[in-house]
Design a protein around this ligand. Structure first.
Ligand code: SAM
Length: 268
């Protein structure tokens, strides 16, 4: 594809130019003919081209008007010119008549976390996601309890997805090179998703990790009392020692208590 303009910083444009890395990513994605795949931020089509060769057709979402115009010249690409944060993936799956979508992208790092959170609402229509992100973000996403990287992002992600880091990528693989190291993560929604009260879980981990060096009894203790939850939860430890399953279970208990309190209030 012709390069219509210089990389635009405001769109987080760092284009992949290393062919070996591109091949490694495409092999990790393992696209098969006929699969319905959506690429976020195709840019100069460094990934789109080899992906579409194997798929036959690819749906792409690109915000940059000049790039979108170039991409429209490619017969096997369907181009949505839009901000991905405004794209409803559930509607898109329906429109493409796909029970589930495969999603890929070398994401713009300036909005990578909002993109990950945006996709939370659409896990039901996602088969898997392969994303290039800042390595540091990937390490926080996949971190396990007791490690320094384990925190809010780890819990919120691991409650929804199984994940694995598949590839480290050095800055020299891009033009222009980003200031940070990168990595590709594979994510697929957990199959038996428990009925998680997401806003409660989000608030719970925010409070728990707010002062991560302190024992939970100094941070979470008062908050749990406020919620009216007298749990048997062990508060004599730090947030980073609590597993995702324990956070999810506690969020469920808090939500249950809130519902009971609300219905009791309604009776009075
Ligand atoms: N996929 C290409 C590659 O690997 O060389 C480009 C990756 S570049 C890091 C990020 C791409 O996302 C750019 O093409 C950029 O224009 C696009 N982009 C940035 N913000 C976007 C947004 N909000 N919605 C959709 N695309 C966006």
């Amino acid at each position: 594809m012709a390069h219509p303009n210089a990389p635009r910083k405001r769109f987080g444009q760092h284009f992949l130019t290393d062919h070996a890395v591109i091949e490694d990513i495409v092999n990790a994605v393992d696209p098969r003919a006929g699969q319905i795949m959506v690429e976020i931020g195709p840019g100069w089509a460094a990934l789109s081209q080899p992906l579409v060769e194997r798929l036959g057709h690819l749906q792409v979402i690109e915000i940059d008007r000049d790039l979108a115009r170039e991409l429209r010249g490619h017969a096997q690409l369907s181009v949505i010119e839009a901000d991905v944060l405004q794209v409803n993936f559930s509607d898109l799956a329906q429109r493409l008549q796909a029970p589930q979508l495969r999603v890929v992208g070398n994401l713009p790092y300036n909005i990578s976390t909002p993109i990950l959170f945006h996709l939370f609402d659409h896990v039901a229509v996602v088969q898997d996601q392969h994303f290039m992100l800042q390595k540091e973000v990937v390490e926080r996403m996949v971190a396990t309890p007791h490690s320094a990287d384990y925190g809010r992002l780890s819990v919120m992600m691991q409650a929804r997805y199984q994940m694995e880091k598949v590839l480290d990528v050095a800055p020299e693989a891009f033009h222009p090179p980003p200031k940070v190291d990168s990595a590709v993560v594979r994510m697929w929604p957990v199959t038996q998703e428990p009925d998680v009260p997401w806003p409660v879980l989000s608030e719970l981990v925010r409070v728990a990790f707010g002062q991560r060096r302190k024992l939970l009894r100094h941070t979470l203790g008062a908050w749990l009392t406020q919620q009216g939850v007298a749990s048997g939860f062990d508060l004599q430890r730090r947030a980073q020692e609590v597993s995702v399953a324990e956070f999810v279970a506690l969020a469920g208990k808090i939500a249950e208590t809130l519902i009971k309190r609300r219905s009791a209030n309604n009776l009075h």
